[in-house]
Design a protein around this ligand. Structure first.
Ligand code: V47
Length: 375
């Protein structure tokens, strides 16, 4: 006698087949690596449920029902920046009335002010400041460690590291070694944008080229510093350029295994030089999460960053490939300068509720995904 499960399986098969994704389902089930053409096919499809179903297979295989979050605090030490990327509303010229620069004491105060909260990670990035000496960055790390010795410091994107190396007249490995010695624990994934030179030329021509971003990440990984990776989507990039970006990350991860999480970043146009571009849609937000989960088979985690796509979409993303919602954040600035309508912080109780309602298990983690508490 045929069991009900058989009919369920047949329905799913025909559902995926109707979406034209049967070949990809076969590969996903067999654990066969997807190609660039598969990635394009997924991006071209608007059958979001079928795409999500496929991504969910990989998500469940790698992370089960776990959905992670972290108790973290963002600090942006300065928005003064020599790159002034067209998609960025945060970076300002030194003499702009909106420019700011925190002293080491001010950063220390920000950490001290939240000592009564169970923060385990300080996430710190800033613009490319033309003058601050290398010692300032070392002092920042020492100061944070002094106030909150047990906190993990996730700081400085690959782009900042290359800038600091240049300012200090040091090699990338040497710069990383000094920062690590001063307390750097890992690096966030910003500054990757879209690696393709056409996009960099049109949106951030002064920024570190894509290959060099990847070289800095590899250098960090070789020293045991784990890093994240991002992709800024929803502006002028093509789906071919998205797939190329994801496959470059996958190739690098094959070489080093040093990436922890991938975070698709939804472009926010307000107050930028690209303000005429519409905000991303819910379908594109979910599709970028799902396609990333499917192509980045060697990345342990995919983050749905609630700040950029909103807590509701991030909750849905937990069924479309994401297994992490980032964290409490506390004081988000970069996306809010570009018109984000989300709050600047979220309570851990809200994250737990969102995850539970998605039918997943909330897991508070540290930066390196060690479990702090399973709810
Ligand atoms: O590097 C700049 C992007 C990044 C805009 O590693 C914008 O866990 C959208 O990288 N609209 C900074 N995005 C944020 C970032 C990040 C955030 C959370 C977690 C992690 C992690 C990394 O934001 C920048 C740039 O790529 N960005 N302007 C904008 N208008």
């Amino acid at each position: 006698m045929l069991r009900p499960g058989f009919f369920y399986f047949m329905t799913l098969q025909s559902f995926i087949k109707q979406a034209g994704l049967a070949d990809i389902l076969e590969k996903v089930e067999a654990g066969v690596r997807l190609t660039a053409e598969d990635g394009l096919q997924l991006y071209r499809s608007n059958d979001i449920l079928a795409i999500g179903f496929l991504a969910n297979i990989v998500r469940n295989r790698l992370n089960g029902d776990n959905s992670y979050f972290i108790y973290n605090q963002h600090i942006n030490y300065s928005n003064i920046c020599i790159n002034l990327c067209k998609f960025c509303a945060f970076g300002k010229e030194k003499d702009s009335p909106l420019a700011y620069q925190m002293s080491v004491e001010e950063v220390k105060k920000k950490v001290r002010d939240r000592l009564d909260e169970p923060i385990t990670e300080i996430h710190m990035v800033g613009g490319l400041h033309p003058e601050l000496p290398f010692q300032y960055y070392i002092d920042l790390l020492h100061a944070i460690k002094e106030v909150r010795p047990e906190a993990h410091i996730q700081a400085f994107t690959c782009v900042e590291i290359a800038h600091l190396a240049e300012l200090a007249g040091r090699t990338i490995p040497d710069t990383l070694a000094v920062l690590k010695e001063a307390g750097l624990g890992s690096m966030p994934g910003g500054g990757a944008e879209v690696f393709n030179p056409r996009i960099r030329q049109l949106t951030c021509e002064k920024k570190l080229p894509g290959e060099e971003w990847l070289e800095v990440a590899k250098s960090a990984h070789r020293q045991g510093l784990r890093t994240n990776a991002t992709m800024l989507y929803g502006h002028i990039e093509t789906i071919e350029e998205r797939v190329e970006h994801l496959l470059a990350l996958r190739q690098t991860q094959d070489e080093t295994g040093g990436f922890l999480a991938f975070i698709p970043l939804a472009f926010h146009p307000k107050n930028t030089e690209m303000a005429d571009i519409a905000k991303t849609s819910g379908i594109d937000d979910l599709k970028n999460i799902a396609v990333a989960r499917l192509l980045l088979d060697n990345f342990p985690h995919i983050k749905a960053y609630w700040v950029m796509i909103g807590p509701k979409m991030a909750q849905l993303a937990l069924s479309f490939g994401a297994d992490d919602m980032d964290g409490t954040v506390k004081e988000e600035v970069i996306t809010h300068m570009a018109g984000a309508e989300t709050d600047q912080a979220i309570g851990s109780n809200t994250l737990v509720k969102l995850i539970r309602e998605a039918g997943r298990v909330p897991v508070e983690r540290d930066t390196l995904y060690n479990v702090i508490r399973r709810y």
